[in-house]
Design a protein around this ligand. Structure first.
Ligand SMILES: C[S@@+](CC[C@H](N)C(=O)[O-])C[C@H]1O[C@@H](n2cnc3c(N)ncnc32)[C@H](O)[C@@H]1O
Length: 313
């Protein structure tokens, strides 16, 4: 991670945002050296962004309040795993694994590993600016279109925040599919804690799911970099979307992680992949990782999140 400034105290922007402040303090209690990163992450952010962080932090607290130290430690553990992968990526120019089978051989997707990883990714929604900005785009540009009676499917809900925010839309019904039973158990637990009533959660692999059902809104956030045959997966997501419906797709570029197998090297490669999958791009945003501009991230091959709202052609 790049650090350009040293902060010795919490950024004053956190000021009157109690849930965010508590979260930051909890992470710093188990990882004091993260302070300068925190300063870079939250210093100089616009008020609307920090207010959104406060809203998401309230949701996060409802999930982690029983054992916040576990989440703080697992966030640090996840950052360490990411650093290992970043090192590998910058040495080789490639992600470590190329298929889902290789990931399954390399890490135990059903064990403790996935719980720690999902905990870490939950906190990353606040602590990694590209994640928060992608989530904010999802709320502002996608969920605002969800009307009463609409159905929203998320494939790969993981920590559950995207589904919980969809469930906040009046009259919407939400469905989650995940290939990992342990990930689904985490989603179920998190949604219950966030007060989401009886969501439909199903153990489904996007590639094999047999259904004639279509949904008004389909969400695939941080999913397509994980799956085999990403072109087929994208067409499958398109076919799950009702005519006139919308998809939210969030894919990171140059984003080494233990279970990322599909590498896109620039936002342009993402746009081409989406269009080739039979989708029209309605909005497209690019968010660089903490401490970088878009140009710096592109030059340095650092992570950029690409968040799109699309519709089937
Ligand atoms: C990194 S998490 C994404 C969590 C959340 N959507 C987000 O944006 O942060 C990826 C999720 O996709 C699930 N997943 C991976 N391959 C899948 C597949 N073929 N079918 C369904 N779910 C899959 C994983 O188990 C995991 O829960």
């Amino acid at each position: 991670m790049k650090h350009t400034m040293q902060y010795l105290t919490l950024p004053r922007e956190l000021g009157n945002r109690p849930a965010l402040t508590r979260l930051v303090e909890r992470v710093l209690a188990s990882w004091p050296d993260h302070l300068s990163y925190i300063g870079e992450r939250f210093g100089n952010c616009e008020r609307e962004h920090l207010d959104f962080c406060e809203h998401i932090s309230q949701n996060v607290w409802s999930i982690i309040s029983g054992d916040p130290d576990r989440y703080a430690e697992n966030y640090r553990w996840t950052c360490d795993r990411m650093l290992e992968e970043e090192y590998h990526f910058h040495m080789t120019g490639e992600y470590r694994y190329k298929s889902f089978a290789e990931v399954q051989n390399g890490i135990d997707l059903e064990a403790d590993y996935m719980t720690r990883y999902t905990d870490g990714l939950l906190l990353s929604q606040i602590f990694w600016v590209n994640q928060t900005r992608a989530l904010h785009t999802y709320v502002r540009k996608f969920l605002t279109q969800v009307q009463p009676g609409a159905t929203v499917l998320e494939v790969g809900p993981g920590h559950g925040l995207f589904l919980a925010l969809a469930a906040e839309r009046p009259g919407a019904s939400v469905v989650g599919w995940d290939v990992s039973a342990s990930s689904l158990a985490n989603t179920s637990w998190a949604l219950e804690r966030m007060g989401v009533d009886s969501p439909r959660l199903e153990h489904q692999n996007l590639h094999d799911a047999r259904t004639d059902e279509q949904f008004d809104f389909v969400v695939a956030s941080e999913l397509l970099e994980h799956v085999d045959a990403p072109e087929t997966a994208l067409r499958r997501l398109r076919d799950l979307t009702r005519p006139g419906g919308k998809l939210f797709i969030n894919i990171p570029v140059n984003s080494p992680a233990p279970d990322h197998i599909n590498l896109w090297r620039s936002p342009d490669e993402i746009w081409a992949y989406i269009r080739d999958g039979g989708l029209r791009i309605l909005t497209a945003d690019v968010f660089p990782m903490t401490g970088y501009t878009v140009e710096e991230a592109e030059k340095n091959q650092s992570t950029l999140s690409c968040a799109l709202v699309c519709e089937p052609v």
